[in-house]
Design a protein around this ligand. Structure first.
Ligand SMILES: Cc1cc2nc3c(=O)[nH]c(=O)nc-3n(C[C@H](O)[C@H](O)[C@H](O)COP(=O)(O)OP(=O)(O)OC[C@H]3O[C@@H](n4cnc5c(N)ncnc54)[C@H](O)[C@@H]3O)c2cc1C
Length: 367
């Protein structure tokens, strides 16, 4: 594969597939380059906010039809405290495998195409170099390689995150009656020193346990995720109860050095950076997929109007600033051993505040 192409998308994750749907519906024939041969179950909490659900509906996808698990409540645990509050609107638990498959199918049906099993080695406004040795020269490039790095395209997180990087971990728990009763229609967040664990049930009744933890804390568990999870389960009764109520399904997946809090405010013309390549919101906010969907639709709308990508990226960065700032503050308090208990105690007294924070961490201007 070598030559000139009008529109290229790097990555068939949420942002890449969503951009492909919008471009194909606008009469284009975008090509997606995806490094994985098969669609996997990407590391993610699997919680779709109500705004993400609305964005998916707009793309013609109904997560209800995929069997997503309704989520109506958020519960926060720190030490012996627990606060609960209804979500402002219903969210959903859905595995990334199900979501990514449905989105990509929709993109292909709309007229996009995908080359799987080929990695982008490096790219710039003039050329994209592929792992099979080919060089492509797209007129415009939509950059959606998500959490994963590409040589020469470093993202530099805030100093605190750079000094003690964050590792993402994910473990699936088997579908049992006890786990269904304990978690029900809630997304649960367990707050610890230098990290948190999130739990939500998915379409097949399994529960997705996702952790974001600083490297220093994981090192104290000997660098072993299974030891860390056992320690957290032993120190927090409700988490321990949930871990005892189901068996692990498959291995613990990990991703290193997540640049939480990073945001792109500029970029060369002709490159449209989407999703985690536009901004990485602390995942306990549950809006990373919302950012992927909103950057994709906004970038395609601007591209269609003939805007410059550099101008769009600046505007997008400004739009993402309020939810990113609030999510960073919440995250800092949530993983601070002195403040997380006090924060949960406050939310026990003022459950309405949880809804305010949940709304404030959504991308403004979305459906
Ligand atoms: C621990 C954790 C929990 C999270 N929980 C939630 C949550 O509950 N709710 C929520 O909304 N968000 C959550 N997020 C955030 C969410 O996962 C991301 O924001 C979202 O996946 C970003 O979508 P994306 O399309 O930008 O990237 P991705 O979903 O990462 O997709 C990128 C795609 O690009 C491909 N790719 C990568 N490199 C290359 C290459 N060189 N060449 C070709 N293809 C390439 C990958 O294979 C992949 O298919 C969580 C994140 C973490 C780390």
């Amino acid at each position: 594969m070598t030559g000139t192409l009008p529109l290229l998308i790097i990555g068939s994750g949420i942002a890449g597939a969503a951009a492909a749907i919008d471009l194909a519906r606008a009469g284009q024939r975008p090509l997606i380059i995806e490094r994985n041969r098969e669609i996997g179950d990407a590391i993610c909490g699997g919680f779709l906010s109500w705004q993400s659900l609305a964005a998916l509906e707009r793309l013609g996808l109904s997560p209800q039809l995929l069997g997503g698990q309704p989520v109506n409540e958020v519960r926060l645990f720190a030490g012996r405290r627990m606060a609960r509050a209804p979500l402002p609107q219903r969210g959903m638990g859905l595995s990334r495998r199900a979501l990514d498959t449905a989105l990509l199918d929709q993109a292909l049906a709309a007229g996009a195409s995908v080359e799987r099993g080929i990695s982008v080695r490096t790219y710039g406004p003039d050329a994209v170099m592929l792992s099979d040795g080919a060089t492509l020269k797209p007129a415009d490039l939509f950059v959606a390689h998500g959490k994963y790095g590409v040589a020469g395209h470093q993202r530099h997180p805030p100093a605190k995150v750079a000094a003690d990087p964050v590792v993402g971990l994910r473990l699936r728990l088997s579908a049992t009656r006890q786990i269904a009763m304990l978690v029900g229609e809630a997304v649960e967040l367990f707050l610890f020193d230098r990290g948190y664990a999130g739990l939500v049930r998915q379409e097949d009744g399994t529960a997705n346990l996702c952790l974001a933890v600083h490297k220093s804390r994981l090192s104290e568990a000997g660098g072993k995720p299974e030891v860390l999870i056992a320690q957290w389960g032993a120190s927090n009764g409700p988490l321990g109860e949930r871990l005892a109520a189901a068996d692990p399904v498959g291995p613990i997946d990990a991703i290193a050095a997540i640049p939480y809090g990073w945001r792109r405010s500029s970029g060369p013309d002709g490159l449209w950076h989407l999703g985690d390549q536009a901004a990485v919101i602390p995942s306990l906010a549950g809006e990373g997929m919302g950012i992927a969907l909103s950057t994709a639709s906004s970038a395609v709308a601007s591209w269609r109007q003939g805007d410059r990508s550099a101008d769009w990226q600046r505007r997008m960065a400004r739009r993402l600033a309020p939810p990113m700032t609030l999510a960073r503050i919440i995250w800092a308090l949530a993983e601070h051993p002195r403040w997380n208990g006090a924060g949960v105690a406050l939310l026990q007294q003022l459950p309405m505040l949880t809804g305010v924070l949940a709304r404030g961490t959504r991308v403004p201007g979305n459906a």
